[in-house]
Design a protein around this ligand. Structure first.
Ligand code: SF4
Length: 169
């Protein structure tokens, strides 16, 4: 069967971001995947029960998603509300969905406290980036699912093609 790929719903044009807008991505690779029926849309924050719109959230003070999953850091929204449980539950929901469909590749929205894979914001709500993963990206990677950003559709496609050819175990 054709390997499927998880894609952040906001990159597909769903207005599910905290500010109720989308970040639709103009990618030839994505258009091809959509035509092939390979794309499984996910939004961990909505799956975790958070509303749209919602206050923006960041992982507290210099930590990444892995620490949130271990209970060593929290996700706090700009109003000071602890939303860690919703982030963790959304991440688990996405992982179960991926595993139930044997999905090994994801392209998730960069910079998000859930979906970010190359950077997230540092918890100070001042726009400072740091090299870390969001909660869902960290959980997926710990389960062996490769997470790419929307700047890496080509790399993600290379891996998919290798999986399809049975070359990547
Ligand atoms: Fe997009 Fe991920 Fe945020 Fe949902 S949680 S809006 S999919 S970046």
């Amino acid at each position: 069967p054709l390997p499927l790929v998880l894609v952040s719903a906001c990159l597909l044009g769903s207005p599910v971001r905290y500010n109720a807008i989308h970040k639709r991505c103009d990618s030839e690779v994505l258009a091809r995947w959509l035509a092939q029926g390979r794309v499984v849309p996910v939004c961990p924050e909505v799956s975790g029960g958070l509303p749209v719109p919602r206050p923006p959230a960041e992982i507290s003070l210099g930590a990444g998603g892995a620490k949130v999953l271990l209970g060593q850091a929290r996700v706090i929204d700009r109003q000071g509300q602890d939303v860690s449980d919703a982030f963790i539950s959304g991440a688990r929901h996405v992982l179960v969905q991926a595993q139930s469909q044997d999905i090994r590749v994801a392209v998730l929205k960069e910079g998000s406290p859930s979906c970010g894979s190359g950077y997230i914001y540092d918890g100070s709500f001042t726009g400072q980036r740091m090299v870390e993963r969001g909660v869902t990206a960290a959980l997926l990677e710990s389960a062996g699912i490769r997470v790419f950003s929307e700047a890496q559709f080509v790399e993600a496609n290379d891996l998919l093609l290798r999986l399809e050819a049975g070359e990547a175990a």
